[in-house]
Design a protein around this ligand. Structure first.
Ligand code: GTP
Ligand code: MG
Length: 380
């Protein structure tokens, strides 16, 4: 079954317009949507950024005409934190789940004495007359200059602020006009002051009263009108389509996923997950193969080293064997020479003994005498 979005559709875009012969019933689609939305309720999140004590809680209380009992922060926190609180509000039969996120400790770490802009340009001036040298409020011209300065600083720092949409005929005129009033200069108050015979939200000063909801006094009504009555849904859509989508895509990319495939075609998270799983699997296999190759290479290198040292050992052994053989041969030669010398000596000895025995048989006296003479000569 085909589904369609209730948004604005381009007319006659390859599409034929046909007339109905009778009631069908889909004209109740907007009512169905309204019913469903009312049943479900609406969600709106506000991130309220500003230094401690600037008036954030007072402004939010003024905007929603209630008291959210937001705890007051100290002005000396070492870090900035986010504090989110959710409230359920009901107006007629419409339920709003409002989450207010506060920047706790924002600006506490900087020296606020030399800040370029006063806390509230229009009214702080009167609270510190001596410091400013002025006793009345800044003029509309001064306020306009101050707004222009803020806008030019935003532009020069590349900060894009929300522009009220001008493409919807119903609100185009008011939105375009309101874009020209940005940024809004607002005053908040939780106190009521009697003006004539009615009580109004206002701030009472020695020089007079500043009414929160008086458009001649500040832009509070414009802000409430634009933020809550006219553009809350557009803000929700834009936040979701631009900021949240960008955030989601960046987070997915950080985790290694993408929801846009080649040729910028959208891919489901499941497909993206499967693709990533395959990528991981192939990468794992590649790494395993790389490790296996490294292991085989190392084993080969070790084998080569072992083989080389084995060959070295073998040649050393052969060398030693050769030296041993040579030494053995040399020894054999020496032994032969010695044996020959011993044989020669034995022969000489035998000959000498023979000669001696022959001599003693032929001249025994002379021999005896000579022996005696020799013995005596040893004592001279
Ligand atoms: P933390 O939550 O503690 O950071 O403060 P905050 O930014 O929520 O400020 P909060 O609304 O508590 O207001 C601080 C003081 O500023 C209070 O005394 C308010 O009455 C005062 N204040 C709030 N809005 C305005 C304003 O528009 N003009 C002036 N002059 N004072 C304001
Ligand atoms: Mg507060």
């Amino acid at each position: 079954m085909a589904t369609s979005s209730p948004g604005r559709q381009p007319q006659n875009d390859g599409c034929h317009t046909v007339s109905l012969s009778g009631h069908v019933g889909f004209s109740s689609l907007p009512d169905q949507l309204v019913k469903k939305s009312i049943e479900q309720g609406f969600c709106f999140n506000i991130l309220c950024i500003g230094e401690t004590g600037i008036g954030k809680s007072t402004l939010i209380n003024s905007l929603f005409n209630t008291s959210f009992d937001d705890p007051v922060s100290t002005h000396f926190l070492p870090n900035v934190g986010l504090r989110a609180q959710t409230y359920e509000l009901q107006e007629s039969n419409v339920l709003l789940k409002l989450t207010i996120v506060n920047t706790v400790g924002f600006g506490d770490q900087i020296n606020k004495e030399d800040r370029p802009f006063p806390k509230n340009p229009r009214f702080v001036n009167h609270e510190k007359p001596r410091q400013q040298g002025k006793a009345d409020s800044i003029s509309k011209t001064q306020l306009q200059k101050f707004k222009s300065k803020i806008m030019s600083e935003l532009v020069s720092n590349g900060i894009h602020i929300y522009q009220f949409p001008a493409d919807d005929e119903a609100v185009s005129e008011i939105n375009t006009m309101m874009n020209g009033h940005l940024p809004f200069a607002v005053v908040g108050s939780t106190e009521e002051v009697k003006i004539g015979n009615r009580m109004v939200r206002a701030r009472q000063y020695p020089w007079g009263v500043v009414e929160v909801e008086n458009e001649n006094h500040c832009d509070f009504v414009k802000l409430r009108e634009m933020l809550i009555c006219t553009n809350m849904e557009d803000l929700r859509e834009q936040t979701h389509a631009q900021h949240y989508e960008l955030y989601r895509r960046c987070r997915l990319e950080e985790m290694g996923f993408r929801d846009i495939g080649p040729e910028n075609k959208p891919v489901s998270l499941q497909e993206s997950y499967e693709a990533k799983r395959h990528e991981f699997y192939f990468e794992l296999q590649r790494k395993e193969e790389e490790l296996r190759q490294q292991f085989v290479q190392r084993v080969k290198e070790k084998e080569a080293i072992l083989k080389e040292s084995e060959q070295q050992m073998q040649s050393k052994f052969e060398q030693l064997m050769l030296m041993h053989q040579e030494a053995k041969l040399e020894l054999g030669k020496k032994k032969k020479v010695l044996e020959d010398q011993i044989a020669m000596f034995i022969e000489k000895k035998a000959n000498a003994e023979l000669l001696q025995s022959q001599a003693s048989v032929s001249t025994p006296v002379v021999s005896l005498k000579r022996d005696k003479d020799r013995k005596n000569s040893n004592f001279i």
